[in-house]
Design a protein around this ligand. Structure first.
Ligand code: MG
Ligand code: ZN
Length: 231
């Protein structure tokens, strides 16, 4: 597995590189998902849980962390391709880092590219990576006020995942309050309640992603009439 250490700052404007990344995903028919959330919300665990339920879709993951390749190793163990980007002190991934990650991955046959952003509920929201979809992972353990306290992160999410549902009986968590805050910040976001530990809700999320991927691959096929994609 490749590990890319980010040493110097990118000069090309982020949005330009994001556009290039997006074009690449479009050409390859890959669904690119930017996964964000606090440290410990369960972003890596969610990917591990999804891997077993998306057998028809090959998944590659770009892992962003300040240090260590621990998450990329977990991802590989779960049967996915992985590249680790260690950012040193940077608290988010930018489009250039993702481009470097893409260069280190063999993307042939990949249907879903997941970018696991650096654990942080603030600045990753401000960087377009070229993704098709944004998923914010929050968890029961973090408390019910995160959507209200960190609105920019939740406002631009396509999917909000509430993880660690198995902890619900053990803690005070206002489910209706969390859902209401999420709706107020982002009325269009879909909410999935999951537990990576018990598997609750993970299949529904996997189906949602497989469906989005199917739609994107379909677009690629229809752009080339007569060329039928074989899986
Ligand atoms: Mg992680
Ligand atoms: Zn940052």
């Amino acid at each position: 597995m490749a590990e890319i250490r980010i040493a110097k700052k990118l000069t090309q404007a982020n949005d330009e590189v994001a556009k290039e990344n997006r074009r690449k995903f479009g050409e390859l028919g890959i669904l690119a998902v930017n996964i964000m959330g606090s440290p410990g919300s369960g972003k890596t665990s969610m990917l591990e849980a999804l891997a077993g339920r998306m057998q028809g879709t090959a998944i590659a993951v770009i892992e962003g962390d300040l240090e260590t390749d621990r998450d990329a190793r977990r991802i590989e163990k779960a049967g996915m391709k992985a590249v680790q980007i260690t950012t040193g002190r940077a608290c988010h991934l930018d489009a250039g880092m993702v481009r470097q990650g893409l260069e280190a991955l063999d993307l042939r046959g990949i249907g879903l590219l997941a970018v696991e952003n650096v654990g942080n509920l603030v600045c990753p929201a401000g960087y377009d990576l070229g993704e098709d979809m944004r998923i914010v992972v929050s968890s029961i353990a973090e408390g019910d006020d995160k959507a209200a306290k960190y609105p920019p992160m939740f406002a631009r999410a396509d999917i909000i995942v509430l993880n660690k549902m198995d902890l619900l009986p053990l803690v005070d968590f206002d489910m209706d309050g969390f859902a209401a805050d999420a709706r107020a910040v982002n009325p269009g976001a879909e909410l999935f309640r999951i537990s990576c530990k018990t598997g609750e809700g993970v299949s529904a999320l996997a189906e949602r992603l497989a469906c989005a991927r199917g739609g994107k691959a379909g677009k690629t096929v229809s752009a080339k009439p007569g060329a039928k994609r074989r899986r």
